[in-house]
Design a protein around this ligand. Structure first.
Ligand code: TEU
Ligand code: CA
Length: 562
């Protein structure tokens, strides 16, 4: 296993709009982030992933970029951004930026030129087609509801948009588009950034014929024709050759619908594409039939998915580890218990995140145990995916309460309520009216409270990050071996270095106590082992081969070396 700084790092994701407002307009901004760098340093993270801060009309909160080399006005200036980069670097942290190049905003100059005429030199920067029999060119649905095509009066053709109608897809089969993207990437890298998170990077290559998707809806998901499309790997290898390989950076691709085998192609070290990808298999574990329909998830499936990725990439590539982000519900509400056992379960899940093989990603507020939100009315929601889904399902005759329940469990605004810094009005996020309402529990759950409480989730994250640095051989590079695979309440595994350190991680995923018994033949060395970290006060005289795990208890045990 080759060693690399990005394998040993912990990443912290910032959603700038909701992190810290500095000027009272209710919108988080770059000077706000700068004012919180000491907090990040105290937490101990190594890398910050900054969600898009580029010029944008904000149809999708910055994922619709109208100028790749300018900073969004609400967020500040390029000089502010440079101060942010310096502030991170001078504290020993790195910065990776969000690269959103599957699509641009329809207000990007390329698209404005492109739509003017069929002969525009920019026409082929995007994907234009004639309609068919008075309908769209094909039946693909958009990720954000409705058709993936929008008709444009100017030239009487449709353009493709896998996301909102204000996010036209770029045509990656056009070499000029690729050149523009690579030049822009080099421009940012030359400013000194340390890498990219690449938005839906496995959607950039579409099957050229754009065939109809299967399905019985009016519009259907055409993923098989654009996920991991025919040229996706060629383009990434080209990007790597032209740009990435010239810098000491890290890259992580967001790749919905990848399997471990497909992922291995993106991240295999000898192929030269990316360092890591975000898999979605775990995120789909509780998906029902329709959008944001939830079905209960089972620990057995959870473990099977995690182990499949741990072993599937072992020795071939590198995993990214995340349990939530700006598109997903809060992990403690989804996989833990955000009521009685909020603290215990948040720490238990954090223990998992930081002791598997891969690079952990913490989403802002996760380290405080921030929870999902339930706004009383749809009018308090801001996310385009949520609002479109609400409208579409209401029109389809679904009961409103049903729709709201879907939004409560899966809606993206769960993750986008402002960061809870303290118990003052607007949680210390802003002196004005936040762009989206606070989660009302900010008076109890906030950073100020957490920093003062030695036993908080925040301090537990600090310990985990430190533990990972003190046990790099085992926690970062050691072999992962699951035990008790069939157990319905416990997730347990060892992290093993041949002729070296052996760790045992045991996690109780439920609010009931449970007996833990090491299977025969596994690790006599854990008898008399040492408790490195746990989320309950230590108890004398526990026998680590057979003991009771308390509700949501997590323990990390080091075997006795001989
Ligand atoms: O997300 C892509 C993606 O897969 C999401 O559509 C996700 O599946 C869905 O929102 C879950 O409800 C990326 C960004 O992370 C997201 O914020 C953007 O809206 C999207 O791409 C378009 O750029
Ligand atoms: Ca602001």
């Amino acid at each position: 296993m080759t060693k690399a700084w990005w394998k040993e790092s912990v990443v912290y994701q910032i959603y700038p709009r909701s992190f810290q407002d500095s000027n009272g307009d209710g919108i988080g901004d770059i000077p706000g982030i700068i004012s919180r760098l000491d907090y990040l340093q105290e937490l101990g993270v190594d890398v910050v992933w900054l969600c898009p801060v580029f010029e944008s009309p904000n149809d999708d909160n910055g994922y619709d970029i109208s100028h790749y080399r300018r900073i969004m006005k609400e967020f500040g200036t390029m000089a502010d951004w440079e101060r942010l980069l310096d502030g991170l670097h001078s504290r020993g942290m790195k910065l990776i930026m969000d690269l959103v190049v599957n699509h641009t905003s329809d207000e990007h100059a390329w698209f404005e030129e492109s739509r003017l005429s069929k002969n525009s030199p920019y026409r082929d920067y995007y994907i234009w087609r004639d309609g068919q029999n008075g309908r769209e060119p094909n039946n693909w649905s958009s990720f954000f509801s409705g058709s993936a095509w929008k008709y444009d009066e100017e030239t009487g053709q449709y353009f493709l948009h896998l996301f909102s109608g204000k996010q036209p897809d770029l045509n990656w089969d056009n070499p000029r588009v690729r050149r523009e993207v690579y030049d822009m990437m080099a421009w940012w890298l030359d400013k000194g950034i340390d890498g990219f998170r690449m938005d839906v990077i496995n959607l950039i290559s579409k099957v050229p014929e754009l065939p109809d998707a299967h399905g019985d809806g009016w519009y259907n998901f055409g993923g098989e024709f654009f996920m991991n499309g025919p040229k996706a790997h060629d383009y990434l290898r080209e990007m790597n050759r032209e740009v990435l390989s010239r810098y000491d950076i890290m890259t992580v691709g967001e790749t919905p619908g990848v399997t471990p085998d497909e992922a291995a192609k993106y991240v295999s070290e000898h192929r030269g594409e990316l360092n890591m990808v975000f898999q979605f298999e775990l995120m789909d574990i509780d998906s029902g039939y329709g959008k944001w329909d939830v079905r209960p998830w089972r620990l057995r499936d959870f473990k099977r998915i995690m182990s499949k990725w741990q072993t599937g990439l072992a020795g071939r590539g590198w995993n990214s580890l995340y349990l939530n982000n700006h598109d997903q519900p809060r992990l403690v509400s989804r996989f833990g218990d955000d009521g009685r056992y909020r603290k215990q379960s948040a720490k238990m899940l954090a223990t998992l995140l930081h002791t598997l093989q891969g690079t952990p990603y913490i989403y802002q507020g996760e380290e405080l145990g921030m929870t999902n939100v339930r706004f009383g009315s749809i009018h308090e929601y801001k996310d385009i995916e949520t609002l479109n889904m609400y409208r579409e399902h209401l029109d389809g005759g679904r009961p409103e309460q049903d729709i709201m329940n879907g939004i409560y469990s899966k809606g993206r605004d769960n993750a986008r309520t402002p960061m809870q810094w303290d118990a003052s009005a607007s949680g210390g996020f802003s002196t004005g009216q936040p762009w989206i309402s606070m989660n009302p529990n900010y008076t109890e759950i906030n950073a100020e409270e957490a920093r003062l409480d030695e036993d908080s989730i925040f301090h537990y994250y600090r310990k985990l990050i430190r533990l990972r640095k003190e046990h790099t051989d085992s926690i970062v590079y050691g072999r992962y071996e699951e035990i008790l695979e069939q157990h319905e309440q416990i997730y347990a595994y060892t992290r093993v270095v041949d002729d070296g350190e052996k760790l045992l991680v045991a996690l109780n995923f439920y609010g009931e106590p449970v007996e833990f018994k090491l299977p025969d033949g596994v690790g006599a060395e854990f008898e008399g082992g040492e408790l490195l970290l746990g989320n309950y006060p230590a108890e004398e005289g526990r026998d680590w081969r057979s003991f009771t795990l308390r509700p949501y208890e997590a323990v990390v045990i080091r075997g006795q070396s001989n």
